[in-house]
Design a protein around this ligand. Structure first.
Ligand code: ZN
Length: 107
């Protein structure tokens, strides 16, 4: 698959669930600073995850995993912080890329 293909190739989840959280996923313009790819807008048990519109699906997936890890970090008190979340994001992306059968059922 072409890395620069945009999202229809990838089915972006509309919600990310972890622990008490059900976060909705948004890609509207104007929600993020210029340099940001993603951000969580915290608010009770239904925070919003904002993603920069127009990213490649590979970048968007990585960014969404990053934001989902922030949810997990908070809900499960993992103590990752920004640096730990970033390192785990990259580790998960490498595992996913090199071992797809670890994550997807074989057809
Ligand atoms: Zn972060």
């Amino acid at each position: 698959m072409n890395e620069h293909e945009t999202i229809p190739a990838w089915h972006r989840p509309t919600r990310i669930r972890f622990g008490p959280y059900v976060a909705s996923v948004h890609t509207a313009e104007g929600q993020l600073e210029e340099h940001e790819l993603g951000q969580i807008e915290w608010g009770g048990h239904d925070p919003k995850i904002h993603l920069k519109p127009g990213m490649s699906w590979v970048q968007e997936r990585s960014t969404l995993i990053h934001e989902a890890l922030h949810l997990a970090d908070d809900a499960a008190a993992l103590g990752l912080g920004e640096e730990g979340v970033q390192r785990l994001e990259f580790a998960l992306m490498e595992l996913l890329d090199k071992n797809p059968s670890l994550f997807y059922p074989l057809t």
